[in-house]
Design a protein around this ligand. Structure first.
Ligand code: ADP
Ligand code: ZN
Ligand code: ZN
Length: 695
C-alpha cells in the first residue's frame, strides 16, 4: 500500500475562510496537482482541485480522504494554477472560490463516467465540422482564402514585426477601420502556424458578431471555439474542454475566457481593451484585461491590447515605456473620419413651453440622408420613454419606493419601471399624492425620441435598439440585420449600437444629449464618454465612398468643453494628456491605486458602522502597520445609487500611491474584516473591489 500523502485541495468553502479556500485531505493514491476531484466537506461532497502537496502539520489521522478523482480530465497545469493563485491574492478572494468559479458550471457536476464521455467527445472534432474541414480542403478553399488576403499597410506590417520583438505588452492604437483586426488575424495565424494556441478577448460577443465571423472565416474547420455566457452549459463545457485538451487552437471569448486553460498558449489579444465590461462586477471583481497582461508576462507570450481610445491606465504605461505602442494612424482605404459638428444648443431659438428635440439643422441633415438612401444613427444613452413622471400640481415624482432612483416611464406598455430593482407598475391615471390628472413625463429616453422622430420625419423608417427591444434570444441579431438590409433609415439606440457594428450605409451619427457625463461625480465618466463618442463616430462612413460626407453631430450646451474640442479633431492623445494632467493633480489612477470596500445593510447606519470599524482595524493591523501608513482610508459615503431594493449601500475608498503598499495593506486587513463581519449582525454583505472602475 502506498504511503498516505496530505494534499491541499481548492474547494468552494461556504464562507470566506482564513486559509483561502485550500483545505487539507489525505490520499493513499498518487495524485497529480491540477486534478479535479470530489472531497467531503461537512456533510456534503463537493468538487475540488488538487492544488499542491500539503505541509505535514496536522496528523494525517485527523484529515478526511479525497474521494473520487475525475481522472479522464488531464490536470490543470502549473501556469493555470499560478494564474488563479495570483488573481485570488490580488483581488482578495479565496483560491478555492475563484478556481471553481472560473470553471464551466456544468463541468463541476460531471461524475467519472460522464467526464470520460465528455472528454472523448471533445477529443474528436464534431462530425459536421470535420466534414466542413474536409470539404474546404478538397475545394482548396484554404489555399484560395490565403491568396485573397489583403497586402498589409506599412504600419500594419510594422505592428506585426513588433509582436514578440520584446517582452512588453503592446498597445495597438488605431481608430475604427484602421486595420487592427487584420493585425490580430495575422498575428493569430503566425502563432497557430507555430503550433500555439491563441486567446482573443472581446467585450461582448453579441455586440460584435462580425468579429467572430471574421475569425471563423479565416480559421475554418472547428479550430475556433467561443467562450461566453450566452452559450448553453453543454456548449460551454465542450468549448472549455477543447481548449484545455489543446484541440481548439483559437479561443474567442468574453472576460471569463481569460481563465481558459490553454496548455499551448502563444498569443493573447484584448480587443477594445478600454471597455468596462472586462471588469467583473460581482464575486471576484477581476479585470480580464489586467489578468491577460499578467498571464502573458508569466508565460512570456505576446499580449496585444487594441483600442481607438485606450484606457488611461494603458496609455500611461506606454508613456512610462512599460508598454510598447503600435500605431495605425488612418483608416484603411484612406477614407477620412467623419467630420464632427458641435451643435450649440444654447444658440437655438427657444419657444417657452416647447422642448427642442433635435436642432432644426440636424433634422434637415437627417432628411438629406433619407433622400440619398443613407442611414443615420441617433445615440441616446437612456432607455424608456421618460426618466421620470411628475405632477404639475404638487410636485410628486415617480420615485421607486425601494430605491433611491426614479422609476422610468415606459410608454409602450404604460408602466413605471425601476431599472435598479425591476419593480414595474402600471402608470397611475392620477397623481398618487394629490389626485391631479395632469401628470407629465420629464426628460426623454429612446422610446420618446423614436416617437418624436416619427413626427419630425413623416414616412421615415425609424427603428430603435436598446435593452428593451432586444430582450429574448436572437432579437438583437434580427434588428441589426434589418439595419444592414437597409430596411431602416434612422436608428435610435443606446450604447449597444455604438459598438463594433459594421454598418456600411451609415453616414450620420448624432449624440442627442451626452452632456451629463461631463459633470459626473465618477472621475472616469469623461473617459467613458470620449470612448463612446469616438466609437459612435466610427459607425459613420465605413464605406470609403461615403467617408467624404460622413458626419458626427453632438448636441451640447458646452461646445467649448475640452473633451468635445478633442473629439472634434479626433484627437485621443490631446484628450488623454489633458485627463492625465488632471488625474495626476488629483492623485487618481493611474497615478494611485484604489480599492473600494462596499457594505450593504437594511439600515445605512449599520453599513457605515461596519466600515468605520473596518477603517479602525486597518490602523491596528500589527505587522502591516507600515503598509497601512502608506494607504489613505476615506470616510464611508453612500454609493451612487444609495438604496436598491430596500438595501442601503455604503462604500469606502482606500487609496495609495503605491500598488504594492495597497496590496500589502489589503492582505493584512482582509482577515480582520472577515472576523469583524461576524460581530456586525445587521450587515447583509460586504466586498472589496480592487481597482474599481466606477466610483
Ligand atoms: P479595425 O479592426 O481597426 O476596425 P479592420 O481590421 O476591421 O479595422 O479593417 C477595416 C477594413 O479594412 C476591413 O474591411 C478589413 O478587411 C480591411 N482591411 C484591413 N487591412 C487591410 C489591408 N491591409 N488592405 C486592404 N484592406 C484591409
Ligand atoms: Zn400631485
Ligand atoms: Zn427600485
Amino acid at each position: 500500500m502506498n504511503e498516505v500523502v496530505r494534499w491541499s485541495v481548492a474547494v468552494e468553502t461556504p464562507m470566506h475562510t482564513a486559509v483561502g479556500g485550500l483545505l487539507d485531505y489525505t490520499s493513499q493514491y498518487s495524485l497529480t496537482p491540477g486534478s479535479l476531484v470530489r472531497v467531503p466537506l461537512g456533510r456534503r461532497v463537493v468538487p475540488g482541485i488538487v492544488w499542491a502537496r500539503a505541509p505535514a502539520e496536522a496528523p494525517a489521522a485527523e484529515l478526511r480522504a479525497v474521494g473520487t478523482v475525475l481522472d479522464a480530465l488531464p490536470p490543470l497545469d502549473t501556469h493555470w494554477r499560478a494564474l488563479v493563485d495570483f488573481a485570488a491574492r490580488y483581488y482578495q478572494r479565496g483560491i478555492g472560490e475563484l478556481a471553481l468559479a472560473v470553471l464551466p458550471p456544468d463541468l463541476r457536476k460531471l461524475d467519472v463516467a460522464q467526464m470520460a464521455r465528455r472528454v472523448s467527445r471533445a477529443m474528436r472534432p464534431q462530425a459536421a465540422e470535420a466534414a466542413a474541414a474536409a470539404e474546404a480542403a478538397a475545394a482548396g478553399a484554404a489555399g484560395a482564402a490565403a491568396a485573397e488576403l489583403p497586402a498589409l499597410g506599412d504600419e500594419q506590417s510594422a505592428a506585426l514585426r513588433a509582436i514578440g520583438a520584446d517582452d512588453r505588452p503592446m498597445l495597438l492604437h488605431g481608430v475604427t477601420g484602421s486595420g487592427k483586426t487584420e493585425v490580430y488575424l495575422r498575428a493569430a495565424a503566425s502563432a497557430l502556424a507555430a503550433g500555439r494556441q491563441v486567446l482573443v478577448l472581446v467585450p461582448e460577443i453579441n455586440l460584435t458578431p462580425q468579429l467572430e465571423a471574421r475569425f471563423g472565416a479565416r480559421f475554418p474547420g472547428g479550430r475556433l471555439v467561443s467562450l461566453h455566457s450566452a452559450l448553453t452549459p453543454a456548449q460551454r463545457v465542450q468549448s472549455w474542454l477543447q481548449a484545455h485538451l489543446g484541440i481548439a487552437e483559437l479561443v474567442l471569448g468574453t472576460r471569463m475566457a481569460v481563465f481558459a486553460s490553454l496548455p499551448r498558449l502563444g498569443l493573447i489579444v484584448v480587443d477594445e481593451e478600454h471597455d468596462a465590461s472586462f471588469k467583473q462586477q460581482e464575486g471576484a471583481r477581476y479585470s480580464a484585461r489586467d489578468l491577460a497582461v499578467w498571464r502573458g508576462h508569466q508565460l512570456r507570450v505576446p499580449v496585444l491590447l487594441g483600442s481607438a481610445t485606450p484606457s488611461l491606465e494603458s496609455w500611461q504605461r506606454v508613456r512610462e515605456g512599460r508598454y510598447r505602442r503600435l500605431t495605425l494612424s488612418s483608416r484603411v482605404g484612406g477614407g477620412g473620419l467623419p467630420r464632427v459638428r458641435l451643435l450649440d444648443m444654447s444658440s437655438l431659438p427657444r419657444t417657452p413651453g416647447t422642448e427642442q428635440v433635435l436642432a432644426p439643422s440636424l433634422t434637415e441633415a437627417l432628411r438629406e440622408r433619407i433622400e440619398r438612401g443613407e442611414q443615420s444613427l441617433l445615440l441616446l444613452n437612456r432607455r424608456g420613454y421618460a426618466p421620470v413622471l411628475h405632477c404639475t400640481a404638487c410636485g410628486w415624482k415617480s420615485g421607486c419606493p425601494h430605491c433611491s432612483a426614479w422609476r422610468v416611464f415606459h410608454k409602450a406598455d404604460r408602466t413605471l419601471r425601476c431599472h435598479h430593482c425591476g419593480l414595474a407598475e402600471r402608470v397611475p391615471r392620477a397623481c398618487p399624492d394629490c389626485g391631479n390628472l395632469d401628470i407629465a413625463p420629464i426628460g426623454r429616453g429612446t422610446e420618446k425620441l423614436e416617437e418624436q422622430l416619427g413626427a419630425l420625419l413623416p414616412g421615415a423608417r425609424v427603428a430603435r435598439i436598446d435593452a428593451d427591444t432586444t430582450r429574448g434570444s436572437g432579437r438583437l441579431a434580427q434588428q441589426l440585420a434589418a439595419v444592414h438590409d437597409r430596411e431602416v433609415d434612422v436608428l435610435v439606440g443606446t450604447q449597444i449600437v455604438a459598438k463594433g457594428h459594421d454598418f456600411r450605409h451609415m453616414t450620420l451619427v448624432a449624440a442627442v444629449n451626452p452632456d451629463g457625463a461631463l459633470f459626473s461625480s465618477d472621475f472616469r465618466a469623461p473617459e467613458r464618454l470620449f470612448a463612446l463618442l469616438m466609437q459612435a463616430a466610427g459607425r459613420a462612413g465605413r464605406e470609403a465612398a461615403n467617408a467624404e460626407h460622413s458626419e458626427m453631430w453632438v448636441q451640447t450646451w458646452h461646445p467649448r468643453h475640452p473633451l468635445y474640442q478633442s473629439l472634434r479633431t479626433h484627437d485621443y492623445e490631446a484628450f488623454a494628456s489633458a485627463q492625465l494632467v488632471e488625474r495626476r493633480a488629483a492623485g487618481l489612477p493611474p497615478f494611485a491605486s484604489l480599492a473600494l470596500v462596499r457594505a450593504e445593510a437594511r439600515d445605512a447606519a449599520r453599513a457605515t458602522g461596519f466600515l468605520r470599524d473596518a477603517a479602525a482595524a486597518l490602523g491596528a493591523c500589527g505587522g502591516a502597520a507600515e503598509a497601512a501608513r502608506a494607504v489613505v482610508v476615506h470616510a464611508p459615503v453612500p454609493a451612487p445609487v444609495a438604496r436598491v431594493a430596500d438595501v442601503e449601500r455604503v462604500q469606502m475608498l482606500v487609496e495609495s500611491g503605491s500598488r504594492r503598499a495597497l496590496q500589502a495593506a489589503l492582505a493584512a486587513w482582509l482577515p480582520e474584516l472577515h472576523g469583524l463581519r461576524r460581530r456586525h449582525k445587521g450587515l447583509l454583505r460586504w466586498a472589496v473591489d480592487v481597482d474599481p472602475i466606477a466610483i
